[in-house]
Design a protein around this ligand. Sequence first.
Ligand SMILES: NC(=O)c1ccc[n+]([C@@H]2O[C@H](COP(=O)([O-])OP(=O)(O)OC[C@H]3O[C@@H](n4cnc5c(N)ncnc54)[C@H](O)[C@@H]3O)[C@@H](O)[C@H]2O)c1
Length: 257
Amino acid sequence: MFDFTGSHVLVTGAAVGIGFGIAACFHKAGANVSLCDFRPDALDEARARLGNARTFAGTADVRREDQVERVFRDAEEAFGPVHVVVANAGIIPSVPVVEMTVDQWDQVMETNARGCFLACRTAARSMIGSEKQGKIITVSSIAADAARVDAAHYCASKAAIVQFSKSLALELAKHRITVNIIKPGYVEVESVVSPLSEEYKNVLRSSIPLGRPGQPEDIGNMALFLASPYAEYITGESFVVSGGSSAGRANLPPANP
Ligand SMILES: NC(=O)c1ccc[n+]([C@@H]2O[C@H](COP(=O)([O-])OP(=O)(O)OC[C@H]3O[C@@H](n4cnc5c(N)ncnc54)[C@H](O)[C@@H]3O)[C@@H](O)[C@H]2O)c1
């Protein structure tokens, strides 16, 4: 449906999970795809899964300015200027606020919020002045709006991504660069970095009106749309992809006795 032949798409946190799913969607649509992650072995596996043609893999910790800038340089050496950047890397730890250490708080904010800032800033610097319309997509969460227990740092970081992205959209509009936000609901991934308990996953699964958990491709499909010419006039907006979860409560018993 979408043709990204000749486009260069860079995705952070792309070794597995949602990031890999997004990268795979663009690859299938013909793009040259640069995968960025801080786990080199997982990155190699991801690249092998996509096939080496039209793929580049670069190791970088999104918290580190020098590493993010280096991976963009290397990717652009491989495929030329980036046209689409998806700032996806994130961690999802769980701890109540009263037990949370400063290090735990910082790790989440640095990965999710600072990492998004660094990827977007590097993308914007590269895209300004480019002939092709630049597209930046950030990955927040429905947790930006609907708070949850034991994840105050995560929810705060995801809300920060939303306001950061909207501000950036205003700043970059004059350069015809769009910045949009995807807010996934529960997406089924086998995360090594942020594993979830079976009990937690079961509760999330039971609350999805469309009756199945999201898959990485569901988020990839939204990214394809936002990066496509069909979304040329859309910027600074958030798009929920949650199978209806954010619409309300679907898993209640009958209200009347
Ligand atoms: N899975 C869900 O249900 C869900 C829901 C809403 C939002 N999200 C968001 O989607 C994004 C991807 O999550 P996922 O579920 O695919 O997680 P995941 O753990 O499966 O994948 C995340 C990837 O990011 C990489 N990563 C983590 N920290 C990094 C860093 N500092 N530098 C570079 N790479 C790093 C990991 O190595 C991993 O490959 C995150 O931003 C997450 O908050 C996920």
